[in-house]
Ligand binder design. Structure first.
Ligand code: BGC
Length: 261
């Protein structure tokens, strides 16, 4: 628990399930108020709202497309209206689909870039504008991936979006460091979330993923939520422009684990 987080206000995009829901719940446990954004899963967002409240925080659910300026504005408006401010903005909404690059449609490319990268730009910009106006030392957390570093065949659009998120985040961290605004990424590896359900339900794919994780297990959403709480807190006040990988070692060239090479 981080006592300075109590009473703080956060926006979490893509909060209806998975990592977003888990981060929102953890923020609730820290005594925070959370605007839980969702795109289409209203039921999921309602559940997250309940989780936040049960954990001890306050929450409201807001439907919005984070790839649009109106959608992003609706989230800030709600944070101000409902809770009276903004301290932490988490750009978490993300999508992925598998397609060989020679078969990848422009539509799928665009969808992934709009949500994963343009959404991060618009959300960050909105938070930065508010923090500047209010002279607030806010924190921005962008959900990246191990694939900001690791190339991922048949997910080129996804990897491109995450590589973009990394350098975008470093750039804004540098641009606004002198105003006390911090911006960091979390780079999850393979985590037990709905986005991965189909894959991990297949024993073969599950085993092959686990074999790429030096710590030998798939991560839990709570592992990522713990990183988000720390990055949001004052304990991370000197941390900006970095990616905190939460991946059980997946980015450490696992094929060398036992001295191969
Ligand atoms: C993806 C997961 C994948 C993991 C490791 C994440 O960014 O969302 O689907 O299992 O990277 O490859």
């Amino acid at each position: 628990m981080y006592t300075d987080l109590k009473g703080k206000i956060a926006v979490v995009t893509g909060g209806s399930k998975g990592l977003g829901a888990s981060m929102a719940e953890r923020f609730g446990a820290e005594g925070m108020s959370v605007v839980v954004n969702y795109h289409s899963d209203e039921e999921g967002a309602k559940k997250t709202k309940e989780l936040v409240e049960k954990a001890g925080g306050k929450a409201c659910a807001v439907k919005a497309d984070v790839g649009t300026e109106e959608g992003i504005k609706a989230l800030l408006d709600k944070a101000l209206e409902e809770f009276g401010g903004l301290d932490v903005w988490v750009n978490n909404a993300g999508v992925e689909n598998k397609a060989a690059t020679d078969e990848l449609s422009l539509e799928d490319w665009q969808k992934v870039i709009d949500t994963n990268l343009t959404g991060v730009f618009l959300g960050s910009q909105c938070a930065i504008r508010y923090f500047l106006e209010e002279e607030k030392q806010g924190s921005i957390i962008n959900m990246s991936s191990v694939h900001e570093k690791i190339p991922w065949p048949t997910f080129a659009h996804y990897a491109a979006s995450k590589g973009g998120v990394e350098l975008f985040t470093k750039t804004i961290a540098l641009e606004y460091a002198d105003r006390g605004i911090r911006a960091n990424c979390i780079g999850p590896g393979a985590i037990n979330t709905p986005i991965n359900k189909e894959k991990f339900d297949d024993p073969e794919q599950y085993e092959s993923t686990v074999s790429m994780i030096p710590m030998g297990r798939i991560g839990d959403p709570e592992d990522v939520a713990a990183a988000a709480a720390w990055l949001a807190s004052d304990q991370a006040r000197y941390v900006t422009g970095t990616t905190l990988f939460v991946d059980g070692g997946m980015t450490l060239y696992p094929s060398f684990q036992y001295g191969e090479g």
